[in-house]
Design a protein around this ligand. Sequence first.
Ligand code: 13P
Ligand code: ZN
Length: 271
Amino acid sequence: MKEILTAPFLAEMTHTASNMYRLGWDERNGGNISLLLEERDVSPYLELSRVLRKIPLGFQAASLAGRLFLVTGTGKYFKNVARDPEENLGLFRISQDGACAELLWGYRGGGQFTSELPAHLMSHMARLSVDPANRVVMHSHPTHTLAMNYVHELDERKITHTLWEMCTECIVVFPDGVGVLPWMLCGTNAIGEATAEKMREFRLVIWAMHGIYAAGRTLDETFGLIETVEKAAQIYMLTAHLPRRNTIQDAQLRQLAEAFGVAYRKDFLKL
Ligand code: 13P
Ligand code: ZN
């Protein structure tokens, strides 16, 4: 067996968590990441028949039975992930009955997966049904995105439109827009179900006055979605209180989407 700390998927995960912390998106234990792994990528590093512990999920994930996930631990700080991956991350397989996580590595000292696992696994199921290549679900508390929640209408069309107007490339990066959930109690199956429902339509979902969820094929792509929304939200927050002299027109947004060949939410433009 190769040393798991040298596995590329682990390096990518720790690097991503460190960057999220560095950008101030994940204070204390804020945020969580789940990465769907292939057996062929994990088997050189772990004996897959050796289950350390079984942890009940508290919901059904039957369509993910047998799938492997690397997931941040509940109460763990992103700032510490790179320094001690085995304490702060866990690698588990969903049991055949879809009711348990079979821990194969990590959560050292009795830890367990993020309290937001319902939102993660339910979103994985929703995204895989529309994009079989989806591998990542990421939750974060980015500062300007969160600030924008307090001063901007929490309406999917309006918030997407405002973000698209803030940087020329926004409509190219997230042409499918940003979904919005009203404030809900976090860490529950109910917020998980509501997030997954939005994830059928959007790769980005704002949790009002809490943070954001993103889904993508790679850690970089998913990180980039949040990074682009956060940059746009920052520009909004830097300018919202000033007289607006210029903006990107809807016809220009359409021109961009057509030039880059992206399928965009035409109903989010006023044309
Ligand atoms: P966890 O520490 O359980 O991952 O929770 C962090 C968080 O951001 C809750 O929404
Ligand atoms: Zn959170």
